[in-house]
Design a protein around this ligand. Structure first.
Ligand code: NDP
Ligand code: GDP
Length: 323
């Protein structure tokens, strides 16, 4: 019998890669989607025939309990969240409801509905925020700098708590930023690659940016879903830092993107707009992924320049086609 997996956030970047990955491994894949007035399944339309969508919302306990009871999944990947830091400053309470309490709701659904399910929580390097140590490991103290980071920290600890209180197989991947051609266009990497592609094609004159000095450990989302899966195949549930161990500034990402389309004078096209600055910034994130490298035998396969090139190529194609 093939294994069953339930993915929350299947319509998002990671959910779509996770669904592809699990289908290739022979899983029966179920995806939780919420009711929206427009279609949000763009990222999974190529695999729609092979997955089953079920309706529910992380703010609605009943729907989650019902879905878990019906499916009885072997594995649950909780990838759903209000995931954008600036929106978390604008909608802090909603972010807490979804990104923090939503984790308790799905854990409760598993506890009462099918406690033998293995659970993966999408924790985030944003929990390190004002980083207390460089690079960041599983033992680095947390210091979140946004309502999003604070909500993720709650989700992280409630996962630890359910593991220790109820002996559930529940664990978190503390994932550093991971990007792809499917990344939302509001995040800095995709905003840059889409903007640079449009500038190259003469469709845009300026790229308005915020803080170019912030540094992130950027990897490829397609590589990271493998690490998430590996965590649930271990003998015991444990938390892992997932990242590349390399850091780059937003400015370096910009330079690389303009270079990829053959534009040298990038400064001519970029303008700083204070509206993109945040009330509190996370200056430097860099993972120490040694534990994942040794215990999971996982390594990222995509380099920084390969990631930028992949995203630029996709955006040039999309912009040329006018989609
Ligand atoms: P996305 O923003 O691309 O996807 C978020 C998903 O959550 C979407 O499918 C969205 O559905 C769903 N969602 C939002 N609110 C609700 C709700 N109330 N009920 C049910 N579903 C909801 O995020 P990513 O794929 O990039 O990230 C996946 C997870 O990993 C998130 O939890 C994120 O916070 C975390 N993370 C991501 C990192 C990254 O660099 N990408 C780094 C570290 C952690 P809809 O399509 O309907 O909006
Ligand atoms: P985050 O790490 O989850 O907040 O991911 P983002 O991609 O949203 O932001 C990464 C970094 O880029 C942050 O330090 C932002 O302040 C910085 N940044 C600079 N300009 C921009 C911009 O125009 N948009 C976004 N989203 N981030 C920007």
């Amino acid at each position: 019998m093939s294994k069953k997996a339930l993915i929350t956030g299947i319509t998002g970047q990671d959910g779509s890669y996770m669904a592809e990955f699990l289908l290739a491994k022979g899983y029966q894949v179920y995806g939780l989607t919420r009711r929206t007035s427009t279609i949000t399944t763009e990222r999974i339309k190529h695999i729609a025939a092979n997955i089953q969508l079920v309706e529910g919302d992380l703010t609605d306990q009943h729907s989650l309990t019902h879905v878990v009871r019906e499916i009885k999944p072997d594995e649950v990947y909780n990838l759903a969240a209000q995931s954008f830091v600036p929106s978390s400053f604008k909608q802090p309470v909603l972010t807490g409801e979804v990104t923090a309490l939503g984790v308790t709701r799905i854990l409760e659904a598993i506890r009462v509905g099918y406690p033998q399910a293995k659970f993966y929580q999408a924790s985030s390097s944003e929990m390190y925020g004002k980083a207390q140590e460089v690079p960041q490991t599983e033992h680095t103290p947390f210091y979140p700098r946004s309502p999003y980071g604070v909500a993720k920290l709650y989700g992280h600890w409630i996962t630890v708590n359910y593991r220790e209180s109820y002996n559930m197989f529940a664990c978190s991947g503390i994932c550093f930023n991971h990007e792809s051609p499917r990344r939302g266009t509001e995040f800095v990497t995709r905003k840059i690659t889409q903007g640079v592609a449009r500038i190259k094609l003469g469709k845009q004159k300026k790229l308005l940016m915020g803080n170019l000095d912030a540094k992130r450990d950027w990897g490829f989302a397609g590589d990271y879903v493998e690490a998430m899966w590996l965590m649930l195949q271990q003998e015991n549930p444990e938390d892992f830092v997932i990242g590349t161990g390399e850091t780059h500034s937003v400015k370096e990402f910009l330079v690389e993107a303009f270079k990829a389309v053959g534009i040298k004078n990038w400064q001519d096209w970029v303008e700083i707009d204070k509206n993109f600055y945040r009330p509190a910034e996370v200056d430097l994130l860099i993972a120490d992924p040694k534990k994942a490298f040794t215990k999971l035998n996982w390594k990222p396969k995509t380099s920084f320049s390969q990631l930028v090139a992949m995203m630029i190529k996709n955006d040039l194609k999309k912009e040329e086609a006018g989609v």
